[in-house]
Design a protein around this ligand. Structure first.
Ligand code: FE
Length: 197
């Protein structure tokens, strides 16, 4: 049984918070972080379909897209050893690990336009980390495990699947424009699944 009410409650809180803090990234992230931490502290709500992984590439399952595109919530599922390219977001984002563990590595601009990797941080189940153009927006995320999948729940300050952004070659600083889209064609039925307990 999927306790989807946890996701419904999170989405209600997140919508109220983005409504109350238009243009205030710091205030939004400060208020939203404990709600995402609470959501990923419980691993009993994500419908099984949105926890599936693929052998070829990590999946980005859209769970909810705000009709006004103020936020989107995505379940990222990494197969063993999978990782993102170096990329940016152009909007604020929070990553909360639901299952397994992930390795997040921030990048900053170095000499000659190259990108230099900063310290890697291991995010364990229950941990939450932020990205944004103000905090540092260029990073990679990888499954910390090479023998099991990991899942994290991401919330972004826009419709992340539709934002044109960049992938970077860290050795040269060369960028490639991309739009990530989403892996799934449908979103979960938030209003029927699960019983309130
Ligand atoms: Fe990212």
């Amino acid at each position: 049984m999927s306790n989807i009410f946890r996701l419904r409650g999170f989405l209600a809180s997140a919508t109220r918070i983005v409504e109350q803090h238009p243009g205030d990234e710091a205030g939004t992230l400060a208020e939203l972080t404990p709600h995402l931490a609470d959501l990923v502290a419980h691993d009993d709500w994500l419908p099984a379909h949105y926890a599936t992984h693929d052998q070829q590439c990590y999946l980005q399952h859209l769970l909810y897209g705000d009709p006004l595109e103020r936020l989107s919530v995505v379940s990222f599922v990494w197969g063993p050893g999978q990782e993102t390219p170096v990329h940016d977001h152009l909007v604020w984002g929070l990553v909360g690990v639901l299952r397994g563990a992930e390795r997040a590595t921030a990048y900053h601009h170095g000499a000659n336009g190259t990108l230099v990797a900063g310290e890697s941080r291991i995010l364990k189940a229950g941990d939450v980390a932020a990205v944004s153009p103000h905090l540092g927006d260029i990073h990679t995320i990888a499954n910390a495990y090479d023998d099991q999948p990991s899942i994290s729940i991401h919330i972004y300050g826009g419709n992340i699947g539709r934002i044109r952004r960049s992938i970077y070659d860290p050795a040269t600083g060369a960028t490639k424009s991309f739009i990530s889209g989403y892996s799934n064609a449908t979103v979960p039925n938030l209003w029927v699944l699960g019983e309130k307990t």
